[in-house]
Design a protein around this ligand. Structure first.
Ligand code: MLT
Length: 279
């Protein structure tokens, strides 16, 4: 089963999402990263939709979803995702966020924690940008604003994939590059500004009442395991997987493994939740 839904908030005239599958009482909200849209999940969806209900939005400013002005924040997007869950009458969901999608998941946890049955942090982390990262984002913003979107995308996209995968599946890397080129300059810049100003959320991990899954790629330099591993010990219940042959794109590099792991995590969170429901 597949259906389209649209809702809006003050800042976002259209939030568009596709709903796949049904069956499991706990839905999975899949939040894509940057610079992507909901098509990032294309290989994963058919592997999960038989058993789980997936809510797959385009984040504001990409695909079918829009925003007004140039002020984006992780918190505003988090609030729009809650509006989407309200529209769907979903009380609690598992939020699976890829990279920037994980930063949004952290904002949901900070502001609307009771709506979460679990969080899957896919190549993502809970700390703020350090000075070096802020400087590199500012450099990229300047490049994009001077008309260098193509150069930015051409340099960034291949670096997200593991070397072997890149040489064996150039068509997947190309598709991702083409998709990133569709994203408007204003959206790219607004997302980078929003990431620069996102706060550290380690306290959210420390006090998380829900289970957290961590998906890491051994070859990932953006969300490097050496950096993220310390964070995986902070929550109360943590599931950690490190994929040997993956960099930053497990949903495309090893979708079968990711679908299995996300499915097991969802089963665990569902069992936890239903155990606490009145008979
Ligand atoms: C992403 O994959 O969403 C971004 O690369 C995250 C980031 O730039 O921090």
């Amino acid at each position: 089963m597949e259906k389209q839904i649209r809702c809006k908030t003050e800042l976002f005239p259209t939030i568009s999402a596709t709903i796949y599958g049904s069956g499991n009482p706990v839905n999975i909200l899949l939040l894509h990263g940057f610079p992507a849209d909901s098509s990032l999940w294309r290989s994963l969806i058919p592997l999960l939709a038989d058993k789980y209900c997936l809510i797959v939005p385009d984040l504001p400013g990409v695909g079918e979803s829009t925003f007004v002005g140039d002020e984006l924040s992780m918190e505003a997007v988090a609030s729009a995702m809650i509006t989407l869950l309200d529209e769907l009458k979903v009380e609690q969901a598992i939020v699976a966020g890829h990279s920037m999608g994980g930063y949004i998941a952290m904002a949901i946890a900070a502001l609307y924690g009771s709506r979460l049955a679990g969080i899957a942090m896919i190549h993502s982390g809970a700390t703020a940008d350090n000075e070096e990262k802020v400087a590199s984002r500012q450099k990229a913003i300047t490049l994009i604003e001077k008309g260098g979107k193509k150069a930015f995308v051409e340099a960034m996209i291949p670096s997200l994939f593991a070397e072997d995968f890149r040489s064996q599946h150039p068509e997947v890397v190309n598709a991702q590059r083409e998709q990133a080129l569709q994203v408007e300059e204003l959206s790219l810049v607004s997302f980078y500004k929003a990431m620069i100003k996102r706060p550290d959320r380690l306290d959210v991990l420390r006090s998380a009442p829900f289970p957290i899954q961590w998906v890491l790629g051994a070859e990932d330099t953006l969300a490097a395991p050496s950096k993220i591993m310390q964070q995986t010990r902070l929550g109360n219940v943590n599931f950690v997987v490190i994929y040997k042959n993956s960099s930053h794109m497990a949903m495309l590099e090893c979708p079968v493994q990711l679908a299995n792991d996300l499915g097991h995590f969802t089963d665990y969170c569902t069992a936890q939740l239903t155990a606490h429901l009145p008979a």
